[in-house]
Design a binder for this molecule. Structure first.
Ligand SMILES: [Fe+2]
Length: 208
């Protein structure tokens, strides 16, 4: 992930806005990246403007130290640093529909942990459906074990000392324009555009 220090900029998507069609639509990608992520970036920069010491911390360090900071900055920092990290992480994990399943060491670990890729998919879908309100479902590495968790709002696995490998944004803004209230359809379509090469990279980075 580039641009991990203040001032934060909205990096372009690593693919065209229409690259995920017909599974995730162009209009949603424009709004999600150009409006929602941009707002988190603007708010995070505005927040950090008056805190020179915090400007020296990376995005991940900001998230990891948020709960040690004064209460007036703690929650806005968690919301906005988390909002920037989570969206970049989510967007980087999408790609033109090309790969159906993970390969290599991540595939082996998924099968070892969940029994099969299909069982993993069912468990991940169930977790993503279980998020009440806004949040994310994650595949994480927790003490070298794969685990599926959910987080509310813009919370991240770092606050739980876990390392993210894969995530789906299940805030309504991620799917409402195309899928309306049918989150399950969105999850099924999202699985068709997962960038498993990036997930494998995330797994290898977390496992070291
Ligand atoms: Fe989002």
């Amino acid at each position: 992930m580039e641009n991990t220090y203040y001032p934060f900029i909205n990096l372009p998507l690593p693919y065209d806005y229409d690259a995920l069609e017909p599974f995730i639509d162009t209009k949603t990608m424009h709004l999600h990246h150009d409006k929602h992520l941009q707002t988190y970036i603007d708010n995070l920069n505005a927040l950090l403007k008056n805190y020179p010491n915090l400007q020296k911390l990376s995005l991940q360090q900001l998230i990891q130290t948020a709960n040690t900071l004064p209460t007036d900055i703690q929650q806005p920092l968690r919301n906005n640093a988390g909002g920037v990290f989570n969206h970049r992480f989510y967007f980087d994990l999408l790609a033109n529909p090309s790969e159906d399943v993970p390969t290599g060491p991540l595939a082996a670990k998924i099968i070892q942990t969940f029994g099969s890729f299909e069982l993993f998919k069912a468990a991940f879908t169930k977790a993503a459906l279980s998020v009440f309100g806004s949040g994310y479902a994650w595949l994480v590495l927790d003490n070298n074990r794969l685990s599926i968790i959910t987080t509310a709002n813009q919370n991240t696995p770092f606050e739980l000392c876990m390392y993210p490998i894969l995530t789906i944004d299940v805030w309504e803004h991620a799917y409402y324009l195309k899928h309306y209230n049918l989150r399950k359809n969105y999850i099924e379509n999202w699985f068709k555009v997962v960038n498993w090469t990036q997930a494998k990279k995330n797994y290898l980075a977390a496992a070291t």
